[in-house]
Design a protein around this ligand. Structure first.
Ligand SMILES: [Zn+2]
Length: 487
């Protein structure tokens, strides 16, 4: 059986986070009633003239810079002709030979080797408008088709990678990192369920047959509506192509690129229409739109608005806050809101490691249980920081702090009131000292054991101290006992 390598390239469409469409003032808000957000321009009525959305250009440049692309000094618009019911103009405004971003890369975690990265090349990223959406309503039994044109003209950035990925796991890491970057920079919200991130995958196999290199025909897989679906579709498709090659011996020279859809419920790909060659689209420059000049000063201005990338944030959490690479990764991968939350908790508590561990355990668990996001989390970052600050200073032990945490989830209260409500009082050190002295007087054996070198003997008294005063901090009791014994 010959060895083979899987060759994967991804085309990702993301909806840019603009208020209005690419060439008109219609809203891009998701979820509005069908055909309520349309005008003559986005419907392509005769005589309607497109006007470019500056914000879309800015966001595309921002994404391109963050993806290490070149931003050429000029870009232009082309019409891509095709007939489809959800495209009333009969063409889509896109970018053909002068895309707004070219030649970039994205570094991703290497799934085959922990701690290593893989660099995935980007061919280009270009702007284009979205088409509408056909709804085939067969469930009602009427078999009628309806069309919602609200999406017509919505700004999309199509990011095209080099065929640099070698496994479905790499494809998933690429998508995860790309989504994280674009949401961090607020270029797109990347909601796959709302269609603001869509993935097409090109895949084929390189086989080594008796020292000769053979490639199987390229297949473009569509209709994958989650990253998990992308992974499964690619695994399925690699196996299918191998079996098909064994059966027919067909190589890339014998067959053109084909398109297959992914059926999530049957977990297989199925044949779709033949892919048009780009020549079939008859691209030509849009006569209604001027080319766009992108002066250096504008690009520098956009560059200045780029906040930290996720990769830079991971480095900073390690150097500035002393987190491990693993912990930094978990926090940053939760998104920008979680990163901000962590930083406040770390600053207020003065204890980044404790902040990181509480967030990873208690906060993430609660978010999962309550099916909510950090933006909706009932304990504000400052309050959690204050709580952890008390653990750090020894005013509260971990168990007590967890009680306060649970109370704060259910009650909008500050840390002091929560402690009062739970009967937690700060015990002053004089009180602890007299309690400890009494316990030692009653247990001379413990004193002897400790003096004989068995420090752990004081453990026997900590439980007793808690019984007398439930607010006594075990750590403080331990230290006080040892201090009294050793003088
Ligand atoms: Zn419009």
């Amino acid at each position: 059986m010959p060895q083979y390598e899987t060759i994967i390239g991804l085309e990702v469409h993301v909806q840019l986070k603009t208020d209005s469409k690419l060439f008109c003032g219609c809203s891009t808000q998701f979820g509005a009633p069908p055909n309520s957000q349309v005008c003559p321009v986005c419907l392509g009525m005769p005589g309607a003239l497109p006007v470019m959305n500056r914000q879309a250009i800015t966001l595309a440049v921002k994404a391109g810079l963050a993806l290490n692309c070149n931003i050429p000094p000029m870009t232009k618009w082309d019409r891509k002709q095709y007939f489809y019911p959800d495209l009333p103009k009969g063409y889509q405004i896109s970018q053909y030979d002068l895309p707004i971003c070219a030649d970039g890369f994205l570094d991703i975690d290497d799934p085959a080797s922990e701690g290593d990265t893989r660099r995935i090349g980007l061919i280009r990223a270009h702007l284009e408008e979205d088409a509408g959406k056909s709804q085939h309503d067969e469930a009602s039994g009427r078999q009628d088709s309806r069309i919602d044109l609200n999406r017509c003209g919505t700004p999309l950035l199509e990011i095209v990678s080099q065929p640099d990925m070698r496994s479905s796991a790499e494809a998933k890491n690429y998508l995860t990192e790309l989504k994280l970057l674009l949401t961090h920079l607020e270029v797109s919200d990347c909601e796959m369920q709302e269609g603001s991130l869509r993935v097409d995958a090109n895949i084929n196999l390189h086989l080594d047959v008796d020292g000769k290199k053979i490639a199987t025909p390229i297949v473009e897989v569509k209709n994958m509506n989650s990253f998990r679906a992308v992974e499964r579709a690619l695994d399925y498709e690699a196996e299918r192509q191998y079996a098909h090659w064994e059966e027919t011996g067909q190589t890339i020279k014998d067959a053109p690129k084909t398109t297959r859809g992914w059926d999530d419920s049957r977990e297989q790909t199925f044949a779709q229409r033949e892919k048009e060659e780009s020549a079939d689209y008859r691209y030509f420059p849009d006569p209604d739109l001027l080319p766009v000049r992108l002066p250096r000063s504008f690009i520098d201005q956009v560059r200045d608005t780029i906040q930290e990338t996720p990769a830079q944030a991971r480095d900073r959490l390690q150097t500035q806050h002393g987190l491990s690479a693993y912990d930094a990764d978990v926090i940053v991968n939760q998104g920008a809101a979680m990163l901000g939350y962590f930083e406040t908790v770390a600053d207020v508590s003065g204890d980044p490691k404790r902040a990181s561990s509480w967030i990873q355990q208690d906060v993430l668990r609660t978010l999962k249980e309550q099916e909510t996001s950090i933006e909706e989390f009932p304990i504000p970052a400052k309050r959690l920081g204050e709580l952890l600050g008390r653990v750090r200073s020894g005013d509260l032990d971990n168990n007590r702090a967890r009680d306060v945490f649970a109370y704060l989830i259910d009650n909008d209260s500050d840390v002091d009131s929560a402690c009062t409500a739970l009967g937690i009082e700060a015990v002053d050190s004089g009180e602890i000292e007299s309690l400890c002295q009494k316990l030692l007087d009653d247990n001379p054996q413990v004193v002897q054991d400790v003096r004989g070198g068995k420090q752990q003997a004081v453990g026997r008294l900590i439980g007793q101290a808690k019984k007398v005063n439930p607010n006594a901090n075990p750590q403080q009791v331990r230290e006080t006992l040892l201090k009294l014994i050793n003088g």
